[in-house]
Design a protein. Structure first.
Length: 135
């Protein structure tokens, strides 16, 4: 029993030393001290989003939504789609600007369609989503 008490005391002492040594008095944060290159920022300035300069056609956007496979990932009542991989667009109600940016550039699990769709198609599908959701 005495050996167990000594072993437990030694173990607790070692853990206390590790805890103190691990802290070291140094403040640790999630931001790096130096950044090489540039940090991306979210923007909708239209420079690399040509669809922002266009007025979308929601009727054509319904067709683009279907042929581009948007419904496989998104729920949108107007399209009868019930995808659960991406956000529910009926709940999200994205603005036109946000829809254009996400379709063009993608984000997270959403692939970018800027290379697959023409600017007018991106404008059309964005307009369709906005009109369908009241975004």
């Amino acid at each position: 029993m005495r050996r167990f008490a000594i072993a437990a005391a030694l173990l607790l002492s070692a853990l206390a030393l590790l805890a103190v040594a691990g802290c070291g008095g140094e403040e640790v944060g999630a931001e790096p001290e130096t950044v090489i290159g540039t940090v991306p920022t979210e923007t909708t300035d239209g420079g690399d989003l040509p669809a922002l300069d266009l007025e979308g056609d929601a009727a054509n956007g319904a067709s683009v939504y279907e042929t581009a496979g948007c419904g496989a990932c998104h729920t949108l009542a107007a399209a009868g789609s019930t995808g659960t991989v991406g956000p529910n667009l009926d709940d999200a109600k994205p603005s036109y600007e946000l829809a254009v940016e996400r379709v063009t550039k993608g984000q997270g699990g959403m692939p970018a369609f800027g290379e697959q769709l023409e600017a007018h198609e991106i404008a059309d599908v964005a307009q369709y989503v906005v009109e369908s959701t009241g975004g």
